[in-house]
Design a protein. Structure first.
Length: 633
């Protein structure tokens, strides 16, 4: 390859990487070939990827004669003990993996790396091979015996079957037989001085340094060793040696790529003195909101340079589809209320996993807003591609520069939230809300449906949100007190109307994600249509009450549940003192524009979920069965 070109990126999303990696392929890959012992480097890299979620871990290292594999069920500390912190695995070339079980239960045998029967080839794999059963049956007929229940072992045995003496050309041949998604790292005892890496629909980067080269699922795994990376595209195959990297297309023609220079500091992906990443990221929300909003406000007007749509195009929009998963979907529900009210455009909010399969009615006068922290969420990416097939313009709201969604969307609005390591999103969610607020105001202004007076008022309030978040965080002990009182709670119901209903959805998800408490969110008007039957003594009901015209209706709901023994927590505006007559505990948020209350009301509810989980002794950053990135369906 020629001397690499460089592109410099000042802010990215390292926590979920280039990709905020929901069945779940949240595994982590690290590979190294260079002048140093590989095992300690790989163990450190895997530790940096723990946030992705995993149930086992393993290493494969070539020692000069053979490939040695050690893998264990459970946490990386088990792997460290098994390999004596790397001392039991000598060699300067190897691959490592953290696995989240999809095919086969968590076990030592099902853990990665997987090898062929002669143990001359070892691989690590993120993704799902959809046709593995057919491939496995064919190989079994040819005499191959499988040790694990995984789809990944099929790839290792295929590499053995087709091996032609060159692992690169063999890998290229095997890829034509695979259906599904994969990021692969491959080492071979017959080609000991190289690592082969491949990417298709699963995140993978290549790191470059003078002391060796790396592959990884995400930036933090290799950041202490290098800031120079290649961001791989689907279908690219890479050969790494100690001295260099060559990237090929599917025909094995060498190709050139730009090197990306990582400009954020290692400390950005560390806890910085907080007990958990989640609490650190909760406290980073003022900055995340400020960094998302301020660059788009110039001379008292919202200017979205990333949106390459003319006034005529904006005015011709007849319908907007907001497409997302999880918390991003909840942000989208808020976005529906905001955009419809400010811009008077009909908005539908779709779960990305449902969008493709309902045969949506689409045309060129529609706009699809795609929301994904990582920009690699598989369902969301597929839904965006479906919209594009129908000629729909796509606008992505993502945090990960260079991610698949960011590359393929017609326009991209980056949230600049910075690294988010905790599985349960906090600042990622509020920065998405901020981006939707900007879009709603911008659309309303361009279309003439938002008057100058309200526009100016809203803009002032939007810029004031970071300081108001700070004021909420300064009162976190009040929420901590309440959470410790209710450590034994079994059922929680969140109620709200309109924007408050969207906030309830996110608050309920946060609580169940990290504290494992059963919780449900309901539009408050639905209380009498079934949920009230579940209210009994000791049930916690959280009423989110920020929309002034609806105060009376929510208070009526509170009275109904209190009469059935519920304890009522209200989150409301600071001027709504009358609610103290009904609620047992009230947390007040600063006064802001009614469209923005959802962002402020979210903060104490994030804290509540956090403190309940901590009081229960749970792993807040890595809740069970969950992972940060969801890159397969």
């Amino acid at each position: 390859m020629k001397s690499p070109k460089f592109v410099y990126i000042l802010m990215i999303h390292p926590g979920i990487g280039w990709y905020e990696t929901e069945v779940i392929d949240m595994c982590g890959i690290v590979g190294y070939i260079g002048v140093h012992e590989a095992a300690p480097i790989l163990l450190d890299g895997l530790t940096k990827l723990e946030y992705r979620g995993y149930d086992s871990a393993g290493l494969a290292i070539y020692d000069g004669e053979r490939i040695n594999v050690i893998k264990t069920k459970g946490k990386i500390k088990n792997l460290r003990e098994a390999c004596q912190d790397g001392a039991a695995l000598k060699g300067t070339a190897g691959i490592g993996h953290t696995r989240w079980a999809t095919h086969g239960a968590p076990s030592d045998t099902n853990s990665h790396p997987h090898s062929n029967s002669s143990e001359t080839i070892s691989i690590v794999h993120n993704g799902i091979i959809e046709n593995y059963l057919q491939l496995k049956k064919r190989l079994e007929k040819k005499g191959y015996v499988f040790q694990s229940e995984t789809d990944t072992e099929v790839i290792a045995q295929l590499l053995d079957y087709y091996f032609d003496g060159d692992v690169l050309t063999t890998a290229a041949k095997v890829l034509t037989r695979l259906e599904g998604s994969y990021a692969l790292g491959i080492i071979s005892a017959q080609n000991p001085d190289e690592i082969i890496a491949v990417k298709k629909d699963s995140p993978l980067i290549v790191g470059l340094s003078d002391e060796g080269n790396f592959i990884a699922s995400d930036i933090p795994a290799i950041l202490k060793h290098t800031r120079k990376v290649y961001i791989l595209e689907d279908g690219e195959i890479v050969r790494l040696t100690r001295d260099g990297v060559t990237i090929y297309n599917q025909d094995l023609d060498p190709i050139e790529k730009e090197v990306t220079e990582i400009m954020w500091d290692v400390a950005a992906a560390e806890k910085g003195g907080y007990q958990h990443f989640m609490m650190k990221e909760i406290h980073e929300q003022p900055k995340a909101v400020r960094d998302t909003v301020n660059p788009r406000v110039k001379d008292g007007r919202i200017v979205i340079d990333e949106l390459h749509m003319s006034t005529e195009q904006l005015q011709s929009i007849r319908r907007i589809f907001i497409i997302a998963c999880g918390s991003a979907y909840h942000a989208g529900v808020t976005g529906k209320y905001v955009i419809e009210q400010l811009a008077r455009i009909p908005v539908e909010v779709d779960l990305a996993s449902e969008f493709r399969y309902r045969n949506p009615i689409l045309d060129e006068n529609c706009l699809a807003i795609i929301i994904s922290q990582s920009g690699e969420t598989a369902d969301t990416l597929a839904a965006m591609r479906e919209a594009k097939k129908h000629g729909v313009r796509t606008l992505a709201i993502v945090n990960a520069v260079g991610s698949s969604i960011a590359r393929e969307a017609d326009d991209v609005l980056y949230t600049w939230a910075g690294p988010e390591i905790a599985v349960a999103t906090t600042k990622g969610f509020t920065s998405q809300l901020s981006a939707l607020y900007l879009l709603g105001m911008y659309f309303g202004n361009v279309r003439g449906t938002l008057g100058d007076g309200e526009y100016d008022e809203m803009l002032a309030e939007l810029k004031a949100l970071p300081d108001k978040i700070d004021s909420l965080l300064s009162r976190k002990e009040d929420i901590q007190y309440l959470a410790t009182r209710y450590i034994g709670l079994k059922n929680v119901f969140f109620l709200g109307r309109c924007i408050d209903y969207a906030t309830a959805l996110e608050a309920s998800l946060k609580l169940k994600e990290i504290s494992y408490v059963h919780s449900e969110a309901y539009a408050a008007g639905e209380l009498k249509h079934g949920p009230i039957a579940l209210i009994e003594d000791g049930t916690l009901v959280v009423g989110i009450v920020t929309q002034e015209p609806l105060y009376g209706k929510i208070v009526s709901n509170m009275v109904e549940v209190k009469s059935r023994g519920a304890f009522v927590l209200a989150v409301t505006n600071e001027d709504n003192k009358g609610i103290e007559k009904t609620a047992d505990f009230v947390f007040y948020i600063p006064k802001t524009h009614p469209r923005f209350t959802g962002l402020l009301a979210t903060i104490p509810l994030q804290l509540f979920a956090y403190y309940v989980a901590v009081a229960k002794g749970y792993d807040v950053d890595q809740p069970r069965n969950l992972a940060k990135s969801v890159t397969v369906e």
